[in-house]
Design a protein around this ligand. Structure first.
Ligand SMILES: Nc1nc2c(c(=O)[nH]1)N[C@H]1C(S)=C(S)[C@@H](COP(=O)(O)OP(=O)(O)OC[C@H]3O[C@@H](n4cnc5c(=O)[nH]c(N)nc54)[C@H](O)[C@@H]3O)O[C@H]1N2
Ligand SMILES: Nc1nc2c(c(=O)[nH]1)N[C@H]1C(S)=C(S)[C@@H](COP(=O)(O)OP(=O)(O)OC[C@H]3O[C@@H](n4cnc5c(=O)[nH]c(N)nc54)[C@H](O)[C@@H]3O)O[C@H]1N2
Ligand SMILES: [Mo]
Length: 768
């Protein structure tokens, strides 16, 4: 399969490559964010908007899920509690540009399908519900009522509700997410694939088995108090910039930082805090004390080696390394774990990690000597075949040292989308537990299905095979975010109906089913006024804190409906006026939704009152709160795993797909990957200079990239080679351009997450 670069792509001839930076944030960060904001919003709207970002009376940043400071620290929230990339996320949403009926009249869908994600996103906010009728060349306006009728007609015509798919991206508020899953289950299916299936599913799976809860166990205060922070497979300087302030604070108390990454990411090396004069003017704070440049997928081996060393030091001096009291009292499976790691094959560890043994030993020493260790990770761990085992190996090391349920310590999967964790808490999951489903039935007097639904990868398979015919997306950009672009786009195009509730134009609108709808919705920044008055919504951050978010800007258009209204009106049309759920009342007053959340969702008692507290409230987390583990054994479980790492054939490279500094997933803000020194272009592959030489390629050459998977090949054309200091044998290219290379069937064991960080590729010279 070959995927051609869009014809009118940005001119790659302009691409410039500079030296990668060795520090992150600081003045350029602030200047860039202000310029981008003013470009999209104008000056006065910029000032008004950024003033409300992440303030107690304002809206939650639609960027990442990193938490805001709480309690007395929250009193001192800096006026600018935002980062460069948060400001870009806001500018993208609060832009003054508009995509209305005239735009669609002027641009046939076939033309839009040839545009890049960047171009599509830059056109502005969607303002009117639009329909693409079967066989038509253009989207045309449709009334909201007709749009809901059309969807209901298609859904009712299915032979079973399981032929419909209901996707969610993680920006949806708790209120909308709760109603969305209620609608989907009332209709009769658990087909609730979400972006989490491609994101932290592996973390949820790993942690549920080991600690009994699929969420992280640390608070911001824990990070501040830690004496050792291990950051694995994460690029906070770009994707969670406010995390750098937390790392800086920990450092100021003497904490050490270990960074494990195939790339020397600027944000792991040095931070110049834009919110302190010292940061702006001085050298900034050095972050990583130990930078382990691991090979892609080598982390399981690394943490097995660390575990092995810790155990051998314990054997040599019993009682000095293992937290006996915790291990004996609160865990299960330690002996099997210890037996598994008693003997390890160092030659295999060397091949898997590419790390010097002395460095592994230094890292193990830091871990053995730390009294308060926090482990942070993101996509560098979750998107591998052996992702679940890798996260469990880190958990093993944490358990061995008793680093859970202790101040300043714990496990911290750093979430992506600003409300991806909340959406799961509210029931957006294809396999919610029985307890939740039963509570829904009791609360609403409805029957909900028990058969597990389809996740993202299985949804694509179902569309490909004709087993799913209607696709509805509550936010997100399914066509571009998913693996195997060619196959996925064909699967979507084979659907009878595709519907997208969206704020901005994206590829999923132009790779459409036979009939397609675009339903424009309010963003986080906008005022949401309903019959009972102005509404707010609630979200949950990466550290289980639930709080209110209130948009203050004028909506992008008079026709826009809130996500809650869209769900309620669709539900009324589809399920009829006699349905036991009071959909119309919910749309009038979101407090009524929250009353139900309080009764159905564990830990949300008294929801309306508690989300009105200035900082909201923190959901219960038994391991963190009382060292209680709701697992099958009633204890925290050690795991004994085989050593596993990606094997790369001769002449091939291992490719990871990642984010540039100037994008939010499939939303491309601009073409400047500033910290990595890549300007004015995105179709690049970063490869070590010595690998380029060995493979017989020249820096700057434009090549095709071919991925190899079980006898099949996928090809993406025209990528420029950049010599880059990545780990040997490893390469990197940007998502979503490189998604064409990720095979649909290459998934993580247990979590079914696409393996986007370990794609076997070869480079091919272009002929002619
Ligand atoms: N500005 C901005 N913020 C974002 C996003 C965005 O696109 N833009 N996306 C949001 C979302 S949804 C998410 S999930 C997060 C993603 O946040 P990240 O996980 O930081 O995102 P990626 O760009 O995928 O970066 C993966 C990092 O892991 C490293 N890595 C890759 N493979 C391996 C490996 O095998 N081992 C190790 N040790 N490291 C590895 C890469 O070199 C890179 O530094 O960010 C969220 N925040
Ligand atoms: N190869 C590769 N693939 C990946 C990844 C990778 O690292 N490599 N990362 C994966 C990860 S971690 C994730 S989370 C997924 C992301 O997958 P998605 O969440 O599906 O993708 P996004 O690009 O975040 O979605 C952007 C769109 O959301 C819509 N939107 C924005 N705000 C709102 C809102 O408030 N309401 C509504 N209704 N719509 C809104 C806009 O129309 C915008 O175009 O991608 C995954 N895909
Ligand atoms: Mo994500």
């Amino acid at each position: 399969m070959t995927r051609n670069a869009p014809k009118n792509d940005v001119d790659e001839a302009r691409l410039e490559v500079h030296q990668p930076k060795t520090w992150a944030a600081g003045v350029p960060g602030v200047t860039v964010s202000l310029l981008r904001s003013i470009e999209q919003m104008g000056t006065s709207r910029t000032v008004r908007t950024l003033r409300l970002l992440n303030q107690r009376e304002g809206f939650d940043c639609p960027g990442c899920a990193w938490p805001e400071p709480q309690g007395s620290a929250g009193e001192h929230r800096k006026l600018a509690e935002f980062c460069e990339n948060g400001a870009k996320a806001v500018a993208e949403e609060a832009t003054k540009r508009r995509v209305g009926p005239e735009f669609f009249a002027a641009h046939p869908v076939a033309e839009l399908a040839g545009r890049t994600d960047y171009w599509l996103g830059q056109q502005g906010r969607l303002t009117h519900p639009m329909v693409l009728r079967e066989g038509a060349s253009h989207y045309e306006p449709i009334s909201w009522d007709d749009a809901f009728e059309l969807i209901a007609r298609h859904l009712r015509a299915l032979s079973t509700p399981d032929e419909a798919l209901f996707y969610t991206s993680g920006r949806t508020s708790n209120e909308a997410a709760f109603l969305y899953q209620l609608l989907v289950r009332s209709f009769g299916t658990n087909n609730l694939p979400d972006c989490s299936n491609m994101c932290h599913e592996s973390s949820g799976t790993a942690l549920s088995e080991t600690t009994g809860i699929g969420k992280g166990s640390v608070s911001l205060a824990d990070i501040h108090q830690a004496d050792l922070i291990v950051v694995v497979g994460q690029n906070p300087g770009t994707n969670h910039p406010r995390m750098l302030s937390a790392l800086e604070k920990a450092k100021s108390h003497g904490a050490k930082i270990v960074a494990v990454n195939p790339l020397p990411e600027a944000g792991l090396m040095r931070f110049k805090n834009p919110q302190s004069p010292r940061g702006v003017l001085g050298k900034g704070t050095a972050l990583a004390d130990e930078f382990a440049q691991v090979r892609l997928g080598g982390d399981l081996a690394l943490f097995q080696a660390v575990g092995h060393l810790l155990l051998s030091w314990e054997d040599a001096a019993p009682g000095t390394v293992v937290d006996r009291e915790f291990v004996d009292g609160s865990t299960h499976g330690f002996d099997d774990y210890a037996r598994n790691l008693r003997e390890i094959d160092w030659a295999e560890i060397d091949r898997a990690t590419g790390l010097p043994r002395e460095q592994i030993e230094r890292i193990a020493r830091l871990i053995a000597g730390s009294r308060r260790t926090v482990y942070c990770w993101a996509m560098g761990l979750t998107q591998h075949r052996h992702a679940v085992a890798t996260i469990q190996e880190i958990t093993n090391v944490a358990l061995l040292r008793g680093m859970i349920g202790r101040p300043g310590a714990g496990l911290c999967p750093v979430r992506g989308h600003s409300n991806v964790q909340g959406d799961r808490t509210m029931g957006v999951w294809e396999k919610m537990p029985e307890r939740f489903l039963a509570a829904l039935e009791t609360e609403f007097g409805i029957a909900v299905p028990r058969k597990h639904g389809l996740d993202t990868v299985d949804s694509i398979r179902a569309m490909r095979d004709g087993a799913a015919k209607v696709f509805i997306g509550m936010g997100g950009n399914f066509a571009a975010a998913t693996p195997d672009s060619e196959l996925t786009e064909r699967a979507l195009s084979a659907s009878e109906l595709t519907v997208h509730v969206s704020t901005k134009l994206n590829r999923s609108h132009v790779v459409h089913g036979r009939t397609a709808l675009i339903l424009p919705t309010l963003g986080r920044t906008e005022r949401d006024v309903q019959a009972s008055g102005e509404q707010f919504v609630t979200v949950e951050d990466s550290m289980s804190c639930v709080h209110a978010s209130r948009g203050r800007l004028r909506p992008a258009g008079d026709e826009l409906l809130s996500e809650v209204s869209i769900i309620c009106r669709l539900a009324r049309t589809l399920l009829g006026p006699d349905h036991p759920v009071p959909w119309a009342e919910f749309a009038r007053d979101y407090d009524l939704i929250r009353d139900r959340i309080a009764r159905v969702v564990p830990g949300c008692e008294d929801y309306n009152k508690r989300v009105r507290e200035p900082d909201g409230f923190v959901l219960p987390h038994p391991p963190r709160d009382e060292r209680r583990f709701e697992t099958a054994t009633g204890k925290a479980n050690f795991t004994a795993s085989e050593l596993e790492y990606p094997r790369v054939p001769e002449g091939r490279l291992l490719l990871q797909t990642l984010r540039s500094h100037d994008q939010y997933n499939t939303t491309i803000y601009g073409l400047s990957d500033r910290y990595r020194g890549i300007e004015d272009g995105r179709r690049v592959v970063l490869v070590h200079a010595e690998d380029l030489a060995e493979l017989g390629f020249a820096e700057g050459e434009v090549v095709d990239v071919v991925s190899e998977w079980e006898g099949t090949e996928r090809r993406a054309e025209r990528f420029r080679l950049v010599a880059y200091p990545t780990a040997r044998g490893c390469a990197a290219a940007y998502f979503p351009e490189a998604n064409a290379l990720v095979p649909l069937d290459s998934v993580a064991k247990k979590s079914n997450t696409p393996v986007s960080k370990a794609v076997i590729i070869r480079l091919a010279h272009r002929t002619g």
